[in-house]
Ligand binder design. Sequence first.
Ligand code: AMP
Ligand code: ZN
Length: 470
Amino acid sequence: MKIYNTLSKQKEEFIPLYDNYVTMYVCGPTVYDYFHIGNARSFIMGDMLRRYLEYKGYKVKYAMNLTDVDDKIINKANDEKTSTDTIAQKYIDVFFDDLAKLKVKPADVYPKATEHMNDMIELVKDLEEKGTAYNVNGNVFYDVSKFKDYGKLSGKKIDELESGSRVEVNDQKRNPLDFALWKKAKDGEPFWESPWGKGRPGWHLECSAMSMKHLGKTIDIHAGGNDLIFPHHENEIAQSEACCTDQFVRYWVHFGFLNFKEEKMSKSLGNFFTAREILKNHSAEAIRLLFAQTHYHAPLNFSKELLEASEKGLEKLNNLIDSIVEIKNSGKLEEDSNKFSFSEFYLEFEQAMDDDLNTPRAVAVIFDFIKHVNKLLTEYPSSKNLIHSIEIFLNKTTDDVLGICNVKENEKNNAASLEPNLIEILIGIRADAKKNKNFELADKIRNDLAEIGIILKDSKDGTTYTRKNI
Ligand code: AMP
Ligand code: ZN
């Protein structure tokens, strides 16, 4: 598999540090509000990458941080006259809820900044001992001039970065690009004790400390939206590599922006839709299909029309699944000796995904597959092997990797609604049998149903049934 590495600025063969074990860290949310559909793009594309690695047989350990101490959380808590903990917990719950609705597989670990204070303090102490950090009156800064590779991720020289970058202005810094590792507490802010006095960690620090703690000093993949390349990820490299390791991350993966009217969707511009409001009228599958139809590097201009088009596209897949369920329930399936391996479709799907996760091409393969098997189903309407092979293909590709359909769930729902209908049909046949004085048949229906735990109860209003655990 090839993957584009922001560090080398080229597609590279993906080779994890340890055989078939992959460590992956995706920068998570600052939990102060509902997340928007732009954030969702990064979470979903990270999820698709993880799912495809699992498809290929890798065991993935996946971590996503929760930034639960930050200026935005403090401001919101002040506005709502409540504690930062209350705000953070509320939006952590919202985050988990919405992520599950978007069918994003849970991470193996969701480290919180507030639960890793010691790890972060140790890291700053280490940097200070090495002379890479300096303390100005309780604020500790990273000295970028001490890290010769500073700028290697964003591909810029220090002087280019200084002009035109969004770095925090602070006259205590020796160099404008220096960044806060530890911030001295201001009145009314949450704080933790440290060797530099009461304060709280800088945002970049948490990802270095938590990534190394949970995944090891060198990890395979670190991902996030394009906006994180500089300064966030550049600073993570500077902190981790100056302190603890030769190489912090082997593959840096960055997701293109979701734009709205050609501008990056963001809270501060106010041009956003929350994932929650979009999920009210659209399925997670349609959102995921929409994202999969654009390569993760490229910007994607979001519109509700596009989402509706993707909902339409999904119908083709859903119709196929419905036909399969219908055929299976018809009882007409026959054992047969036909073989349907679909190896060319698997191959094309894998070639697309192996080429830097080319999901648009993979989706095209899925639609070709649907066309192909719809034809086959008219040729072989009762082939058990055909149905079985289609289901396996859809399970592995559209469900397990892309998360745009759910064959198993559809089947379960169908089976679940089928049973009560069948019982009602039997109750009807039994009523007719009794009317026709065919008591033998009526009793047989009652007894056979009782044997599988369905107990019929006759009354003047008709027949009802209950279930007995057998
Ligand atoms: P935040 O909570 O702002 O730190 O963002 C969480 C994640 O969403 C990060 O990986 C960001 O890079 C990503 N993100 C933010 N806005 C967008 C956007 N418009 N399109 C894609 N990803 C985004
Ligand atoms: Zn991060």
